[in-house]
Design a protein around this ligand. Structure first.
Ligand SMILES: [Zn+2]
Length: 285
């Protein structure tokens, strides 16, 4: 028997199955935040769930491939009570992917622009479309607690909402916060660098020192974490604006880089190069 052939076949099979299901090893992990509210992470945008008496709320739904894992995690946390409401913080596929699979008997709530954009997307299953939409603010009373949904001016996209658990002092910021990493600002879906920075400033003013902040991506954080993100955006925007004032092209700005201080904010989706290009074309200076 030729062991090198066996080893090679094993390697090929491993690579093939990794491509076939990149979600196979993903687990949905919960972090208890108190008041029956949990942050949930898996792959894609962070979720949250709130077990509110007979009702169960979920914020965001990651990818379709994870629907059964999400469902079973929510059932585990709710002691068997099924999901009744699902909020989408915005339109991106890593936040709405399991909508259709989880939609039976569930009110799906989102900004009006999320519904419009998903309807324009021919590939998005009709069963996963939002059933309740709004454009400014929506308050849900659940088991004596207030869940407030604030629509925000265009920033990450043009349909971003931030979800406040008022009494519990917990907020899910959706992709208005990429904790510890350069943010994605989707100008193809109405996003704006100016709006993103302005919204971050406004949200900081609404936090206090004990607020628990769930970011769209990254680790659970707090007011100081959001302030670090704002400081990074202000500093790197100033750097790129200075490059432009010196007459640098976009490529020259990318080649020059942001410097050692901001290297750790680079990640595989929004690289330093991509963040510089975003700032170079920003609608703010
Ligand atoms: Zn997003």
């Amino acid at each position: 028997m030729n062991y090198s052939i066996i080893a090679a076949c094993g390697l090929i099979l491993t690579v093939f199955s990794a491509q076939a299901d990149r979600f196979a090893d993903v687990q949905i992990q919960e972090t208890a935040l108190g008041s029956n509210i949990y942050m949930l992470s898996g792959a894609g945008g962070n979720m949250a769930t709130f077990v509110a008496g007979d009702e169960v709320l979920l914020i965001d739904s990651q990818y379709a491939e994870l629907a059964e894992k999400i469902r079973s995690k929510v059932l585990q946390l709710s002691a068997g009570k099924p999901l009744s409401r699902l909020i989408n913080t915005h339109v991106h596929g890593d936040h709405v992917g399991s909508n259709a699979a989880l939609s039976a008997g569930v009110d799906i709530i989102a900004h009006q622009n999320v519904l419009v954009r998903l309807q324009q997307d021919g590939a998005f299953p009709t069963a996963g479309l939002p059933t309740t939409t709004f454009i400014e603010q929506l308050r849900l009373r659940m088991n004596g607690m207030t869940v407030r949904l604030d629509a925000m001016p265009a920033s990450h996209t043009d349909g971003d909402i931030v979800v406040w658990f008022e009494e519990a002092n917990i907020v899910h910021m959706g992709d208005l916060l990429f904790e510890g990493r350069f943010p994605f600002i989707d100008t193809s879906k109405g996003g704006s660098v100016k709006g993103y920075i302005n919204n971050t400033r406004q949200l900081i003013n609404m936090l206090n020192d004990t607020t628990k902040v769930i970011p769209g991506h990254g680790n659970l954080t707090d007011k100081a974490g959001v302030q670090r993100s704002l400081a990074m955006m202000e500093a790197t925007l100033a750097i790129v604006n200075e490059f432009k004032a010196q007459g640098m092209t976009e490529q020259q700005a990318v080649d020059k880089g942001l410097g050692e201080q901001w290297k750790k904010w680079h990640w595989n989706f929004i690289t330093e190069e991509r963040w510089i290009k975003t700032l170079y074309h920003a609608d703010v200076n």
